[in-house]
Design a protein around this ligand. Structure first.
Ligand code: NAD
Length: 348
């Protein structure tokens, strides 16, 4: 593992040669023995929570993010700690990505388009930001000898599963969104890389993740709608859509727990809480937490919010729980915690 001085010099050099933008660099400090973890999408909602937990574990972190939805303020509390480097770069810029692999132990690959709806309008979004981006990450790892990847997949790969709660062994999986298809393709690329080039992987199939710093999703949308018009709340669909919700804090704790505690070539886990909550109930909780009175909750109708939306998802999390992991919040508690945090962040 090169010392931080050497790494810094190396990055300054790369910065000149490859037009690499380093927003903040880990300051010189003796971090001998600390491993370097690369977090793609580390300035995003879940990624920034993952950076927090990795730093708390004493690991140095290099964030690689193009800041399309990531925000520098989500990492501001690490400024000056000497533990976090931030590189502004795109996963589709292969040379820059390869440079960022220098000295890395594990790649935590979270960067992707997070918006399922976008795929219905710009149909190559998930192909490029999901599948091709994951290929680039794996190829950059192969070129630089990095052997460990932890990947944020999604329950969207199961599509409209006919077994619920849905276990990891369910199949054949038939995603119904382009986003789900790109996650499944990414999983396949990762397992193929492990089989062909001797890498090791941790694949996390997330439930719906909610929490502070959220920049998209149902709770975020509801708060923005109420901010615009405090007298009514429009809900897409009939409100009977029902999914599992996990707090971002529990999600990244589970990720770290799985990566640290399992050691197969491919370690594949559903990450969730084991229960579900309806969109109708989420609307009620957000209105309760807003403190607004007399809000009329109105439903657009139909069994789903948009094309590609899966009306009901329920992940079987027995495999996760068998490792000794326990979430601190069930779905409703995670939703209430998020509503409070986001109302505070967004303002009403
Ligand atoms: N939030 C959820 O409920 C949920 C559920 C299942 C899976 N996931 C997955 O978890 C991961 C993180 O999602 P999130 O909710 O934190 O979303 P997010 O948008 O906050 O995070 C994605 C991050 O990746 C960055 N990014 C996007 N495209 C990039 C590119 N081409 N190059 C470099 N950086 C890029 C963005 O700027 C952002 O910081 C994603 O892979 C998402 O698909 C999220």
């Amino acid at each position: 593992m090169p010392g931080i001085d050497k790494l810094c010099q190396c990055f300054v050099k790369l910065s000149r040669s490859n037009n690499l933008t380093i927003l903040r660099m880990a300051q010189n400090r003796d971090l001998a023995g600390a491993t370097m973890e690369l977090v793609t999408g580390g300035a995003g909602f879940i990624g920034s929570h993952l950076v927090d937990i990795l730093v708390a574990q004493g690991k140095k972190v290099r964030v690689y993010d193009n800041f399309t939805s990531g925000r520098e303020e989500f990492l501001a509390h690490h400024h000056g700690s000497g533990m976090v480097e931030i590189i502004k770069g795109d996963l589709l810029d292969f040379d820059m990505l390869k440079s960022a692999m220098e000295g890395v132990e594990t790649v935590h690959h979270l960067a992707a388009n997070p918006d399922i709806r976008l795929g219905t309008e710009v149909t190559d979004t998930d192909l490029r930001q999901g599948t091709v981006a994951t290929y680039n990450v794996l190829e950059a790892m192969r070129n630089t000898g990095v052997k460990r990847i932890s990947f944020s997949s999604s329950s969207a790969i199961y599509g409209e599963a006919n077994v619920m709660p849905t276990p990891e062994t369910y199949g054949p999986v038939k995603p119904i969104s382009l986003y789900g298809a790109s996650k499944l393709a990414s999983e396949a690329l990762i397992t193929a890389w492990c089989g062909t080039f001797g890498a090791k992987s941790w694949i996390h199939r997330f439930a719906n993740i909610v929490g502070p710093r959220g920049t998209h999703g149902v709770i975020y949308d509801f708060i923005h709608k109420l901010k615009k018009d405090p007298s009514r709340l429009e809900v897409l669909g009939n409100g009977l859509q029902e999914k599992s919700y996990m707090s971002a804090e529990d999600c990244v704790r589970a990720m770290a727990h799985i990566v640290d505690g399992t050691d197969e070539v491919i370690n594949l886990y559903n990450l969730g809480t084991g229960d579900t909550c309806s969109v109708r109930r989420i609307a009620e909780i957000v209105v309760e937490e807003s403190g607004l009175k007399g809000v009329s909750i109105e439903y657009t109708g139909g069994d789903r919010g948009w094309a590609g939306d899966v009306p009901k998802t329920s992940l079987d999390v027995e495999y996760l729980f068998s490792t000794g992991f326990e979430p601190t919040m069930q779905s409703e508690a995670a939703i209430r915690h998020t509503a409070r945090a986001l109302i505070d962040e967004i303002g009403l």
